[in-house]
Design a protein around this ligand. Structure first.
Ligand code: ATP
Length: 368
């Protein structure tokens, strides 16, 4: 029917209620996720949260235990039923340990999956991808002559060559050094968008996910905590875990009074939390705006610098803030560029509230 057709056109991969256990230990819990054609979705999360298992289920390398998986609208896996094997799924796989064929050259590795095309077309297609991934000069080399990072790029080219509907990439940049990684990420994203492949990419690196993803699915202990654009996860996190996963954060406990929580760096709106309840205020280091304190009046509150370090593109300050209620807080502030005030320097702090988040506290309130 029309509804089904629209649905089929709308998603490249759909996972519904997917659950997977090893023995009696759940690795993936009731996951719903879909990927639109041409969309890059990153599975992000700490080690052991189930990212690779979910990818292996999409690839068909794990037999589905519970839920449903469809590829381009066609059912490819149901528990105790249909299981389309990996090689029949029109899926490109590049895993961390993707082995190249050792007895084939780089070019032969990449053309390997291109069946039913004239030789010159296969060669042209492979060379284009190798060029785009900076590996054209190694076309005649054998895998053992390449570094780990170069092998990874060839594995990527091989996976992309047949122009699969869906690319499944597990930490594809993990063996690249930092400088090369940036470039290869850039090139890979360019190729993925050009090919128009829907992509599910596993990473534990938030910056990589933000760079690569149209949408990020952040996982914890087998479940998806939040799915959204990089901006949605960074600017509208649904949970303290999401805030903390994207970088260091200052945490302050407080009580909701008159719809606000008082912190040593000023009040924060929390009108949506019950009056008198305990709240957790999370303040990103870049939310602290620092100015020199000039007010000579001794009774006027101020904060002071405990330590300042230059990190390169930004400076990290350890500061001690003194609240109006006499509370003290040790906080980290991140300031762009070179900003190295002396130890003990008196400062004023203003909060950029767009980088401050309030959640109900899971710690039992004292009611005070
Ligand atoms: P990493 O980033 O470290 O690769 P991950 O998020 O990809 O981690 P998975 O590899 O999916 O996590 O593992 C999820 C959980 O399932 C872990 O607790 C892991 O120990 C367990 N697990 C994974 N594969 C197996 C297996 N073949 N047998 C038993 N347990 C497994």
């Amino acid at each position: 029917d029309a509804g089904t057709t629209a649905y089929r056109q709308a998603t490249a991969l759909t996972m519904e209620g997917v659950h997977h256990s090893f023995g009696n230990q759940p690795a993936v819990r009731e996951v719903d996720l879909d990927i639109a054609p041409g969309e890059v979705v990153c599975l992000l999360g700490p080690s052991g949260c189930g990212k690779t298992t979910l990818l292996r289920i999409a690839a068909g390398l794990e037999v589905l235990q519970r839920g449903r998986v469809t590829l381009d609208g066609g059912e490819i896996a149901v528990p105790k039923g249909r299981h389309v094997p990996p090689e029949k799924r029109n899926v490109g796989l590049a895993f961390q340990d993707s082995a190249l064929f050792p007895h084939l050259t780089v070019l032969e590795n990449v053309t390997f999956g291109l069946k039913g095309q004239p030789a010159h077309q296969r060669r042209e297609r492979a060379m284009t991808l190798l060029e785009q991934l900076g590996m054209a000069a190694y076309a005649e080399s054998y895998p053992h002559m390449l570094s780990g990072g170069q092998q990874q790029r060839v594995a990527l080219a091989r996976a992309l060559a047949p122009a699969p509907q869906l690319m499944l990439l597990d930490e594809p940049f993990s063996s690249l050094d930092a400088r090369l990684r940036d470039r290869i990420r850039d090139d890979t994203l360019h190729v993925l968008k050009k090919v128009g492949a829907a992509t599910l990419l596993v990473t534990h690196d938030p910056e990589e996910a933000m760079f690569m993803a149209d949408r990020i699915a952040l996982m914890r202990e087998g479940s998806i905590v939040q799915v959204g654009t990089p901006r949605e996860l960074y600017c509208a996190p649904c949970d303290p875990f999401v805030v903390a996963f994207f970088g260091e954060v200052n945490e302050i406990q407080g009580v909701v009074r008159d719809g606000r929580v008082q912190t040593p760096v000023g009040p924060v709106e929390a009108g949506w939390l019950p009056e008198g309840s305990q709240a957790l205020v999370m303040i990103r280091p870049e939310a602290l705006r620092i100015t020199e304190h000039f007010d000579p009046a001794p009774e006027h509150r101020y904060s002071h610098v405990v330590m300042a370090k230059l990190l390169g593109r930004s400076s990290l300050l350890h500061i001690c803030a003194h609240g109006e209620d006499g509370r003290e807080a040790h906080l980290h502030a991140r300031v762009p560029g070179v900003f190295l005030p002396a130890e003990g320097q008196r400062i004023d702090i203003h909060l950029d509230l767009s980088q401050v988040f309030v959640f109900p506290s899971t710690v039992a309130g004292t009611g005070t």
